[in-house]
Design a protein around this ligand. Structure first.
Ligand SMILES: O=C(O)c1ccccc1NCC(=O)[C@H](O)[C@H](O)COP(=O)(O)O
Length: 239
């Protein structure tokens, strides 16, 4: 799917910052697997947020959203549309207007929504919202299995309550790692409170090969920071 996703981009300058961060890794000639992965086209994604209450929301009908999506595509980035409790038909409609490479279901959607989207050719990421305390391997398994069985890519995130996502809360990475050990062939993504200061530890402790951040790459809520995006890539690729 992708190795790094910067979620909630809203401006062309955010796309430029993500591209520059990819190029920054390339220019270090770092030979590590993470750096290699991040160099390849389409291994880096940006999230376009279509959940109106979010500070990261972009209006799908606004032509600037289509322009943003085109800019991401031109920069060689995967475009992930983030949705909360929309129907498959509504998501398809946004895709046809904006242009997306994958859709992320981040609400309380029924599994039927994912089945319909997959049947119509969409790559579907399912946010699995997990408690920040008393997490267990069994709980992760129970929440993930129904979605992977129908072909979704799981993104493990900290439960953000009514906000649904982008909260900056972290998961217990050691429990995530214990769960992942029994799924060596499953592609999955770690999200939840990742930032330049903790992403290296998060990768090491959780064994994640794919990571996602929203608030950890921002100057203030909803405003992306080019320097934090760059630092995030550098920290993630150093391993
Ligand atoms: O970012 C949001 O505002 C958001 C709102 C509603 C649903 C999902 C949302 N974000 C989706 C993401 O993939 C975030 O990157 C993920 O929740 C992690 O966020 P953070 O803890 O801030 O890194």
């Amino acid at each position: 799917m992708f190795e790094i996703k910067i979620c909630g981009v809203r401006l062309k300058s955010d796309i430029d910052a993500v591209r520059a961060a990819c190029d920054g890794i390339s220019s270090t000639h770092d030979a590590s697997p993470n750096a290699d992965a991040a160099r390849r086209n389409h291994s880096v994604a940006v999230g376009l947020n279509f959940y109106p209450p979010s500070v990261r929301f972009i209006e799908p009908a606004d032509p600037s959203s289509r322009s943003l999506s085109t800019a991401a595509q031109d920069a060689g980035l995967l475009r992930v549309g983030v949705f909360v409790n929309e129907t498959a038909a509504a998501i398809q409609a946004v895709n046809s207007v904006v242009g997306l490479d994958a859709v992320q279901l981040h609400g309380d959607e029924l599994i039927q929504t994912a089945i319909e989207l997959i049947a119509s050719g969409h790559s579907v990421i399912r946010a699995i919202k997990l408690p920040t305390v008393d997490l267990s391997v069994d709980l992760i398994e129970q929440r993930v299995a129904p979605w992977t069985e129908v072909g979704c890519h799981p993104l493990l995130d900290a439960d953000a309550g009514a906000a649904h996502g982008g909260s900056g809360k972290t998961l217990d990475w050691s429990i995530v790692s214990a769960w992942a050990a029994s799924h060596p062939d499953l592609a999955w993504t770690l999200a939840g409170g990742l930032n330049p200061d903790n992403v290296a530890a998060a990768i090491t402790e959780s064994t994640a090969k794919s990571i996602d951040t929203a608030s950890g790459a921002e100057e203030t809520r909803g405003i992306k920071s080019p320097s934090k995006i760059q630092a995030f890539f550098q920290a993630a690729s150093r391993l």
